[in-house]
Design a protein around this ligand. Structure first.
Ligand code: FAD
Length: 284
C-alpha cells in the first residue's frame, strides 16, 4: 500500500521542531530513522499531514561521557551503539542487547530516540533503560525536562512524551566493577521482536547482590521491573531455595498477557527460566 499524501519539512533546529509541532498539533509527526513510522504510513495506520524530518539535527547525535553518566543523543542509530567503545566499556547491558534489536538494515537507520518514543513493549532498549535507571531529556514549548525511565513508560505505545515534545537524549549511569548484568530473549527468528525477554542489571559486593533490576519485556503493555522478586534476593547468599522462592513472586507481580504466538503460561515459564539462568550465571 501507499501512504496518504503528506508535506515534508527538514527541521533545522530543535526550536524549529517545537514550533512546527505547536503549529500543526496532531497533524504533524517527527520522523527519525523511519523504520517504524514508514510502515505504519504505508499501511495507513497513521496519516499525518506533515512529517518533520529531524535527521539533520547534529545536536541530537553522539555518545559522550557526562560526569558519571553516558549521554546518548536521540538520533544515535542502533548500528552506532553496536560499534561504540564507550557503550562497550560503560554500558555492557546495552552492548549485549543491541545485537538482538531487529535486522542489519533496520539497525542501520533506526535510532534510539525513535525506539524509546515508540516504546514497543517487545523492544529491548526500553527494558534496558528501565533496568539501568536511564533519564530521558525531553524538550517542549516550556523548555527541557528530565523524566526517569521508571516514570516514562505508561501503557501500550504510550509514554510520558507529549505530542508537542521531542526526545533529545537519554543518559545512563556508568557500570562499575561491581556491576552484574544479563540478557535473554525468546524469538521465533533472530532479529524479530521478542515473545518474552529479560534484561537484568545489578551490583554485587562480597558475593551478595546489593541492588538488582530484573526487567521483563514482551510480556505485557510496558517493560516490567520485578521489584518484589528482586527484593527477595538482595543482601543474601544466593542458593537454589532462595532463587526458587524469589521466582514465586513473579507469579504475583508480572502482569503477563499472552499473544497469538506465545501463551500467558509460556511467557511466565520463560520469564522464570531466564531469571534462574542469569542468576546462576552471575553466581559462579
Ligand atoms: C521488521 C522490523 C523488525 C524490528 N525488530 C525490532 C526488534 O527486534 N527490537 C526493537 O527494539 N525494535 C525493532 N524494530 C524497530 C526499530 O528497531 C526502530 O527502533 C524503530 O523503528 C524506531 O526507530 P526510528 O528511528 O526508525 O523511528 P521512526 O520510525 O522514525 O519513528 C518512530 C516513532 O517515534 C517518533 N519519534 C522518532 N524520533 C523521535 C524523537 N526524537 N522525539 C520524539 N518522537 C520521535 C516518531 O514520530 C514515530 O512516532 C523493528 C522494526 C522493523 C520494521
Amino acid at each position: 500500500m501507499k501512504p496518504r499524501s503528506f508535506s515534508f519539512t527538514t527541521a533545522h533546529s530543535v526550536e524549529h521542531v517545537i514550533g512546527l509541532l505547536q503549529e500543526h498539533g496532531d497533524e504533524a509527526k517527527i520522523i527519525a530513522g523511519g523504520q517504524s513510522l514508514v510502515p505504519t504510513l504505508n499501511m495507513r495506520l497513521s496519516a499525518p499531514q506533515l512529517l518533520i524530518d529531524i535527521s539533520a539535527l547534529d545536536e541530537l547525535r553522539g555518545i559522550s561521557l557526562d560526569g558519571d553518566r553516558l549521554r546518548i543523543g536521540a538520533l544515535t542509530r542502533h548500528v552506532e551503539l553496536q560499534s561504540n567503545k564507550l557503550i562497550a566499556q560503560h554500558l555492557p547491558l546495552i552492548a549485549s542487547a543491541i545485537n538482538h534489536v531487529a535486522h542489519v538494515a533496520i539497525r542501520n537507520r533506526g535510532t534510539i530516540g525513535g525506539n524509546l518514543s515508540l516504546a514497543d513493549p517487545a523492544s529491548e532498549l526500553p527494558a534496558c533503560s528501565l533496568a539501568l535507571g536511564a533519564e530521558l531529556s525531553i524538550v517542549g514549548n516550556k523548555g527541557k525536562r528530565i523524566v526517569k525511565a521508571g516514570d516514562y513508560f505508561k501503557d501500550l505505545y504510550e509514554t510520558d512524551l507529549q505530542a508537542n515534545e521531542i526526545l533529545v537524549a537519554i543518559s545512563f549511569p556508568l557500570a562499575t566493577t561491581n556491576t552484574v548484568h544479563g540478557f535473554r530473549e525468546f524469538v521465533r527468528r533472530r532479529g524479530d521482536f521478542a515473545s518474552c525477554g529479560l534484561v537484568m542489571n545489578g551490583e554485587r559486593q562480597d558475593g551478595k547482590l546489593t541492588s538488582l533490576a530484573p526487567v521483563f519485556f514482551a510480556i505485557s503493555n510496558t517493560p516490567v521491573l520485578a521489584s518484589k522478586c528482586a527484593a527477595k534476593l538482595l543482601n543474601k547468599t544466593l542458593n537454589d531455595d532462595l532463587i526458587e522462592e524469589a521466582l514465586l513472586e513473579l507469579d504475583r507481580e508480572l502482569p503477563v498477557i499472552g499473544d497469538i504466538h506465545t501463551s500467558t503460561e509460556m511467557k511466565l515459564h520463560l520469564a522464570k527460566h531466564y531469571l534462574r539462568e542469569i542468576l546462576g550465571e552471575i553466581n559462579v
